[in-house]
Ligand binder design. Structure first.
Ligand SMILES: Nc1ncnc2c1ncn2[C@@H]1O[C@H](COP(=O)(O)OP(=O)(O)OP(=O)(O)O)[C@@H](O)[C@H]1O
Ligand SMILES: [Mn+2]
Length: 368
């Protein structure tokens, strides 16, 4: 989306968090309330408003698909994507806005305007109109009229730069009882890796990157992804929609790693990056530094930062299991303790070791 060490990105971030807001409208499409913000200098942003405090976890009886969106997850996901070296997400800034003077005063559409009200506690609220959580009992309220939000740089209009939407091959069922095919078919990866666009070019490795990215932040909501049509299949999946990430700091959802575990496939540069976080400087430290400049800092609740470091270790462990299964033969392979190190096992792969296999495409034991 932007080059490494880009100097324009910090300017966009600054502008989105400080420039005067000229117009506010509701974003059509999607399930939860989002606002399209236009600034005095012509920039645009997609705003997701805060609903809960940082400590609020996904409700225990909520599925991934009924979870609320978290504005701070959108901000943290941008930083995570950048630190991982993917740079496939749009820049996202946090901002504290005045609901009355900066949002409501800039709304022209009456259907949105009529959803603003003052709560019994004298806070200014609004709920907008959408298919989920857009009613009085799910209103977004200020304190008394100051509200936090995430502001994502706006993608070019589809008239200018068309995007194609793809169904994610490891999409969840989005049903409270049904399972997806990948959850029951042990040969699922074999099926996908032989189908276009996954059978050639970069796409399969991009899906593996996406799996690592989503696992680190606990995002189970990757139902579709989009690419820029112009570049055909030689293009990356745009990392969009991370509002449901960072919902469970004390739970590591291993099923998000299913593409990696089932395919035993990972991009070399991604693996090297993860090893650096494990051996040199922790990912949480990079995250803290990177998010420090955000107006809403601290962006993440501390347990989520602890979780990120723990999950780096878990991804490396899964890769190690793939490697040990692929390099072991006969008697060795029967040694369960070696093939499947325990969660606490110290991880001692070094880059030199890993450098031998160009793509790390070992077959997982599920497929044999
Ligand atoms: N930064 C952006 N600029 C322009 N359009 C965007 C941006 N981010 C997302 N969109 C578009 O808006 C749509 C909805 O956004 P998003 O998925 O973040 O919201 P959502 O409420 O979670 O939607 P859904 O329920 O469909 O997942 C996306 O499919 C995408 O096409
Ligand atoms: Mn969504």
């Amino acid at each position: 989306m932007y080059p490494k060490n880009d100097t324009y990105v910090p300017l966009i971030l600054k502008n989105m968090s400080s420039a005067r807001i000229l117009s506010v409208a509701q974003k059509e499409g999607g399930t939860q309330l989002k606002l399209v913000i236009e600034y005095s200098n012509g920039d645009k942003a997609l705003m997701k408003p805060m609903r809960f405090t940082r400590e609020q976890q996904t409700l225990p009886n909520h599925f991934y698909f009924t979870d609320y969106e978290r504005h701070n997850a959108e901000i943290a996901a941008f930083h995570l994507d950048r630190i991982l070296g993917f740079r496939r997400a749009m820049p996202v800034s946090g901002r504290l806005v005045n609901i009355t003077s900066e949002l409501m005063a800039q709304v022209t559409a009456s259907d949105l305007l009529k959803t603003f009200f003052v709560s019994p506690d004298k806070n200014v609220c609004f709920h907008g109109q959408c298919s989920y959580y857009c009613d009085t009992s799910h209103a977004i309220c200020g304190n008394p009229d100051m509200l936090e939000g995430s502001f994502a740089a706006y993608l070019p209009s589809q008239d200018v730069l068309e995007r194609k939407t793809w169904r994610h091959p490891w999409r969840r069922s989005y049903h409270k009882r049904r399972k997806a095919k990948w959850e029951t078919d042990p040969n699922y990866c074999e099926l996908i890796r032989n189908l276009p666009p996954y059978n050639s070019g970069r796409r399969m490795l991009d899906i593996m990157d996406l799996s690592v990215f989503d696992f680190l932040m606990g995002n189970m909501d990757r139902h579709h992804y989009e690419t820029f049509t112009l570049f055909g299949n030689d293009s990356f999946p745009i990392h969009l929609d991370h509002g449901r990430a960072f919902g469970k700091a004390f739970h590591d959802e291993m099923s998000i790693l299913a593409p990696i575990i089932q395919c035993c496939h990972i991009r070399k540069s991604t693996l090297e990056t993860l090893l650096r976080f494990h051996n040199v400087k922790k990912l949480s430290e990079h995250m803290r530094e990177s998010m420090n400049d955000d107006q809403l800092s601290p962006v993440l609740w501390e347990p989520h930062l602890t979780a990120i470091d723990r999950r780096v270790g878990l991804v490396l462990q899964k890769v190690r299991e793939c490697l040990s299964v692929s390099t072991m033969s006969g008697e060795d392979a029967a040694d369960e303790s070696h093939a499947r190190p325990s969660t606490n096992a110290t991880f001692d792969i070094d880059m030199g070791d890993l450098g031998k296999e160009p793509k790390y495409t070992a077959r997982s034991r599920e497929q044999t």
